[in-house]
Design a protein around this ligand. Structure first.
Ligand SMILES: Cc1cc2nc3c(=O)[nH]c(=O)nc-3n(C[C@H](O)[C@H](O)[C@H](O)COP(=O)(O)OP(=O)(O)OC[C@H]3O[C@@H](n4cnc5c(N)ncnc54)[C@H](O)[C@@H]3O)c2cc1C
Length: 382
């Protein structure tokens, strides 16, 4: 087994590390001010991070998914909100288009998403369909040659800024879930009948604005369907497999950032006449966090590597997502504890990592749903 990185992977890791370092202070400031991280996204777009593993022919970098995971482990250390919006473009909408789009859809939508010229959204969740997307109610009805969308989506990341979205809707009101949902490419700026709710007030990831989308008989052209009509649930679940590897990588990044802050604080803060880092109970905390984050990184890279090899990676992605997001949450929680009262202040970054890490246990399938997937595959002998 060879754990070394290829020169291209190592180069990507180094570039992302440097880019993350450059925006670290700015990200903290923007977060405190509650501002959208436009400058950071523009910088990362210039660096080509939006298209790392997307096809070169459509404006991407043509790299492997291990490179993307390595980059996200660095970028999320600086600005988890920006990392999440980049992730939606790259691994949800971008990879979905690359895998299932027609030539015309890819030519129109993929280059601006892969180059970070526009933001994009994924709209699967609904007020009554979260963990169970098979029960979604947004309807897509045939009208003339095209479609008409009616219904509501919520928790749409990047929604207020996105140019277009991948929207899941029920295209056959009578069929079973796995044969009645389609994915639609929706131009959010130029389609009539789309309204946006106010930006949600989230506890964390505040830079990555989330909104609800309301479709009031929004007309879509016939070529708006991604992949086969009525096969959208399968496509969406496949796209989520990729996305979970990226979510795991972001969690590793947040966890490492939290550990790093706790480590340097423990070395400099003195109580009882010695640095906190000399206390064995603090050392044990640091050792546990470092071990779990290392295991999380390995699980994440293995899932990415399996995908790069064209092997099944859904179970590995679910394991990586569950383990890494739990490890990030533990690092943020215990890291904050190591800073004592100062960890609770907004002057220090731990409280932000704590709030940002929590989302990872919820989005892209909650960690309870990850356990269901892992158990289902275990019982099936996959
Ligand atoms: C920051 C953030 C960004 C998001 N971005 C997007 C986005 O861009 N696009 C999008 O479509 N969605 C997005 N989401 C929504 C997210 O995917 C859902 O919140 C998530 O899938 C859970 O759905 P729910 O909130 O409706 O919870 P519910 O499904 O109502 O679940 C509530 C609780 O019950 C548990 N539960 C549910 N079913 C089971 C079961 N069978 N067994 C055991 N436990 C169960 C869940 O794990 C959870 O703890 C985002 C969410 C957040 C927090």
């Amino acid at each position: 087994m060879d754990f070394s990185l290829t020169p291209a992977q190592a180069e990507m890791q180094n570039r992302a590390r440097q880019a993350a370092q450059e925006v670290k202070a700015q990200a903290a400031r923007l977060n405190r001010e509650g501002r959208f991280p436009q400058e950071i996204l523009e910088r990362w777009a210039q660096e080509g991070f939006f298209g790392i593993s997307l096809p070169r022919a459509y404006g991407g970098g043509g790299g492997d998914y291990v490179s993307y995971a390595l980059a996200q482990m660095e970028l999320a250390q600086a600005c988890p909100s920006s990392a999440l919006m980049l992730h939606v473009n790259h691994s949800i909408v971008g990879m979905g288009l690359a895998q299932f789009g027609t030539g015309a859809q890819k030519s129109r939508y993929l280059p601006p998403a892969a180059q970070g010229e526009v933001l994009t959204s994924f709209a699967l969740t609904e007020p009554r369909a979260g963990s169970d997307p098979a029960r979604l109610q947004t309807a897509a009805s045939r009208e003339n040659d095209g479609w008409v969308l009616a219904g509501e989506k919520n928790f749409v990341t990047s929604g207020p800024m996105a140019d277009f979205a991948l929207v899941a809707a029920r295209s056959d009101p009578t069929g079973p879930p796995h044969k009645s949902i389609s994915l639609f490419l929706v131009d959010l700026k130029n389609t009539p009948g789309i309204k946006m709710g106010p930006v949600e007030e989230k506890m964390g990831l505040v830079g990555a604005s989330s909104v609800s989308l309301h479709f009031d008989n929004a007309p879509l052209p016939p070529d708006a369907v991604l992949g086969e009509v009525n096969n959208g649930l399968k496509l969406a679940l496949g796209i989520m497999d990729h996305a979970r590897v990226g979510a795991a990588a972001m969690a590793v990044g947040i966890g490492r950032a939290a550990l790093q802050e706790a480590l340097s604080y423990a070395k400099s803060r003195e109580q009882f006449g010695q640095p906190l880092a000399q206390l064995q109970s603090i050392q044990f905390k640091l050792a546990d966090l470092a071990t779990d984050l290392e295991a999380a990184a390995l699980l994440t890279l293995k899932a990415a590597w399996l995908k790069d090899q064209g092997q099944p990676f859904g179970t590995a992605a679910a394991m990586a997502k569950k383990f890494a997001t739990d490890a990030a949450m533990a690092a943020a929680q215990e890291g904050l504890q190591i800073l004592g009262g100062y960890g609770y202040l907004k002057d220090y970054p731990l409280e932000r990592f704590f709030r940002d890490a929590k989302a990872g246990q919820i989005y892209e399938g909650t960690n309870e749903i990850m356990r269901l997937i892992i158990a289902r595959d275990l019982l099936r002998g996959v």
